[in-house]
Write a new protein. Structure first.
Length: 310
């Protein structure tokens, strides 16, 4: 491990853009037939060059070891693997959305899906990559992908992930608060006025000391219980339909703003596609109401939905 840390420190990181999770989730949720493939041990299937093997070698009390494949600890590993998968599946972007070692195949009909599966499995086989059958789902209407349950035009959170949040004890330090916010923040797009609800929790992070004890107030407990309750209800969102017009609803308070992206069904009922919210920074708190409204309309709101509305 020490040797790999030296490599991480002394080598320049090779960057490559990682796929946008939100864009992947929306596309999978909108599909009629879905398959998800899991590549066994992910990065470890990529072989090292002879030169890389020499640099990645390390010594222990039990002898010297030279890894033959990429290691998870290397800082460039996710970027290298993402680039490899993008090149491997080039030309299949219309029906295949990989995210590192998780590959989703999407189709409108079962006939198309069989053809798409054949193409993707052929490419994976030619690259001599291995798939873990126990983690794969083939030809499903709904699947579990990137921490969500997706399909039939609906996206919702996974029960197992939510249970971990429900079982999370009341935080006592700033470190535990940050961990909690990181867990619930992944599902913030499912909760209306999320930033307003968690404001008592985020306020405890003020101050320069990042590890000090916090004062757990009744307001913090109320925010904690409210978030748990909303997630336990298993909220869901609809996948966007780019053939229909979008409706953007914006609401602000003295401390933050919230936005809802909706579409209207044939019956006229509006259904939510996305909830977004955030606290105002210190400078924004000094804006007048009209200036703040214009800023949110012309700058902030369009950028929030850059993936959904493209």
């Amino acid at each position: 491990m020490y040797r790999l840390r030296e490599i991480k420190r002394d080598n320049e990181t090779q960057y490559f853009p990682l796929p946008n999770i939100e864009e992947r989730v929306e596309r999978v949720a909108a599909a009629n037939y879905i398959s998800v493939l899991d590549l066994t041990k992910g990065y470890c299937q990529l072989p090292f060059t002879k030169r890389a093997e020499r640099y990645a070698g390390f010594a222990t009390n039990f002898g010297c070891y030279i890894p033959k494949t990429m290691r998870f600890v290397l800082v460039s590993a996710p970027f290298t693997f993402s680039k490899f998968m993008a090149e491997l599946l080039k030309g299949c972007e219309d029906f295949c959305v990989p995210y590192l070692d998780d590959v989703a195949i999407l189709s409108n009909s079962l006939y198309e899906h069989v053809k798409h599966l054949d193409v993707i499995l052929g490419k994976i086989g030619n690259a001599k990559l291995k798939i873990k059958p126990s983690k794969c789902s083939l030809g499903r209407k709904t699947v579990k992908y990137l921490g969500y349950v997706l399909g039939n035009g609906i996206r919702s959170n996974m029960e197992a992930k939510i249970q971990a949040i429900v079982n999370f004890p009341a935080p006592k330090t700033k470190t535990e608060i940050r961990r909690l916010i990181g867990m619930i923040g992944y599902y913030s797009r499912y909760i209306k006025d999320y930033a307003k609800i968690v404001e008592p929790l985020t306020n405890t992070l003020r101050g320069k000391n990042k590890r000090e004890q916090i004062t757990w107030t009744p307001e913090c407990q109320k925010a904690f219980d409210t978030i748990k309750g909303k997630l336990v209800e298993r909220p869901f969102l609809h996948a966007p339909d780019n053939s229909k017009p979008f409706i953007i609803q914006v609401d602000s308070s003295n401390t933050g703003t919230g936005v809802v992206l909706c579409q209207r069904e044939k019956k006229g009922e509006e259904h939510p596609i996305l909830y977004l919210s955030r606290k105002f920074i210190k400078a924004e708190l000094n804006y007048g109401k009209r200036m703040l409204r214009d800023y949110l309309r012309d700058s902030e709101t369009p950028s929030l939905f850059r993936w959904t509305t493209i």
